[in-house]
Design a protein around this ligand. Structure first.
Ligand code: NAD
Length: 503
């Protein structure tokens, strides 16, 4: 079936009214063949304002609903996601170009976070704190924060939003979502399933989820609007640097999940077979278009040649092709601009003395309009400017080290601080990498690659990656406001710090 009709049929199954697919000027293209699969109308500013009003009213009602009941809505959402996993996964593949396994994996991640959030709805706990005053009790309460604005990137068009939205809903917040202008159809499908879950449960306020379709102007609108209590933005460092000051100017709260430039250190004792497999997925998976993609490999000189030989052989064999077909492990880049950026980075690496293998254009029969590239492996003598930049494409830079401290210093010497790995069987090296003086990233792994995080941990990174944390652990606290409460049951009025104050 032609991609536009396949998309329309998937959307119908997922509950999206298809009359809106040919209504506007925002052309949505599938990276698989570059063809247009829909033309949506962008949300005008007046409609965005109305959506914000609905979302705020929804928050005022929803915050009064007991959290376990809120969790029930998310539980039902998770059930619908399970029932529609195949269709939604395929839509993700069509809109992003990631292979089927990864499209399905993205929906699985949504299911996982729905389960997590549902359990969390009975665990939004605060502390009790010892009071210095007799007959007093101190405690923390967590209250809903308000409307959460979510701006999302093209490469995880559903899962990253679900990390935010499912937590926000159980925390008692409403959500206004501005998906990437390159992947709005997945957002419409996610919203349709959510609306179905809300109908099933009943008594769910309208406006708990509002989707704004369009470009950057809508991201700016959310950053600037004081009704957005929590502004959660996922995307490039440039986007974060443009929007975070706007949120800060109104003293709003941001969660920033920005670009990564993830490294791995391979030590002399590493299991090279395991390391090779981990690197393959981390560097070439999702065509290098994950925020956690492995981009820098720092290898001990004693094992570098042996590892490179394995990697060269693997890189030559990586099947690149139509992600809807069963065999490819690598699909297309999101668009031709991404291909141009990859070519420019490889040219710069060559000028810096790098030896480039791979990276060439691949013509995929029937998908001539898509931008397919063989993943590139670049041996480079130094961590020059191009290596320090995130090029959102499958390029793995390989550098050698002799001294472990130098390897850690090299590893940390980039602006971004998202995910990192070490491959070693030496406990001392592993512990040093994870220690205070080791990796400076938000995610640090031993003997697995930097990509493919589980939802149970807090996800995010430091430095130019923005400092936000989402998903598991106690990331939920960012979607609530904390009240410290002191209760006096003593009948007297002792003051803190022993202060005496009275007439
Ligand atoms: P992008 O920055 O181009 O766009 C992301 C979103 O921000 C889109 O919705 C876009 O419309 C909006 N946006 C971009 N610039 C804006 C501006 N100046 N003003 C207002 N809105 C703006 O990113 P992308 O190409 O869609 O995604 C790839 C990037 O996202 C990579 O840098 C990747 O590392 C990063 N990313 C980070 C994470 C994370 O969790 N840290 C996850 C996924 C992607």
């Amino acid at each position: 079936m032609e991609l536009a009709s396949l998309t329309a049929s998937l959307l119908t199954h997922l509950g999206v009214a298809t009359d809106q697919l040919d209504r506007g000027d925002l052309a949505v293209r599938s990276p698989i063949d570059g063809g247009t699969i829909a033309r949506l109308a962008a949300t005008p500013p007046a409609d965005a304002d109305a959506a914000l009003k609905r979302a705020h009213a929804a928050y005022l009602a929803w915050r009064k609903v007991p959290p376990p009941r809120r969790g029930e809505l998310v539980r039902r959402y998770g059930i619908l996601l399970r029932q529609h996993k195949a269709e939604l996964g395929e839509l993700v593949t069509i809109e992003t170009g990631k292979i089927r396994q990864e499209g399905l994996g993205e929906v699985q991640e949504m299911i996982d976070i729905s389960d997590f959030a549902c359990g969390l709805s009975r665990q939004l706990h605060g502390l009790t704190i010892a009071s210095e005053r007799p007959g007093h009790r101190m405690m923390e309460q967590w209250h809903p924060a308000g409307v959460v604005g979510v701006v999302s990137a093209f490469n995880f068009p559903a899962a990253v939003w679900a990390w935010n939205a499912t937590l926000a809903w159980v925390c008692g917040d409403s959500v206004v979502w501005k998906p990437s202008e390159r992947t709005p159809l997945t957002a419409l499908a996610c919203a349709a399933l959510f609306n179905a879950a809300a109908r099933e449960l009943g008594e769910v306020p309208k406006g708990l989820l509002e989707v704004l379709v369009g470009g950057r102007e809508l991201g700016t609108l959310l950053a600037d609007d004081p009704r957005i209590a929590v502004f959660s933005a996922t995307g490039s460092c440039a986007m974060g640097k443009a929007l975070a000051p706007r949120v800060a100017a109104r003293l709003g709260r941001s969660i920033l999940e920005l670009g990564g430039n993830n490294g791995a250190i391979v030590c002399p004792s590493a299991d090279l077979a395991l390391t090779e497999r981990a690197i393959l997925f981390a560097a070439a998976g999702t065509a290098g278009q994950r925020c956690t993609t492995l981009r820098r490999l720092i290898v001990h000189e004693s094992v570098c040649d042996a590892l490179l030989e394995r990697l060269h052989s693997a890189w030559r064999r990586i099947p690149v092709g139509n992600p809807l077909d069963p065999t490819p492990l690598v699909g297309p880049l999101i668009d031709s601009a991404a291909g141009t950026a990859m070519d420019a980075a490889l040219a710069e690496a060559r000028e810096e003395g790098g030896t480039v293998r791979g990276g060439e254009k691949i013509s995929v029969p029937g998908c001539e309009g898509g931008c397919y590239r063989r993943p590139a492996l670049v041996e480079i003598p130094a961590q020059c400017a191009v290596v320090k930049r995130e090029t959102f494409a499958p390029i793995l830079y390989v550098m050698r080290y002799r001294d472990f401290d130098d390897a850690i210093a090299l590893h940390n010497d980039v602006p971004q601080g998202l995910a990192s790995s070490i491959f070693t069987r030496d406990l001392t090296e592993a512990e040093r990498f994870l220690s205070t003086t080791g990796s400076d990233c938000g995610i640090a792994n031993v003997n697995i690659g930097p990509s493919g995080a589980e939802i149970g941990g807090a996800f995010g990174g430091e430095k130019d990656t923005g400092g936000g944390r989402e998903s598991g652990s106690d990331a939920w606290k960012a979607y609530m406001r904390r009240a410290t409460c002191t209760i006096n049951y003593s009948g007297a009025l002792p003051l803190a710090q022993g202060i005496r104050f009275g007439l």
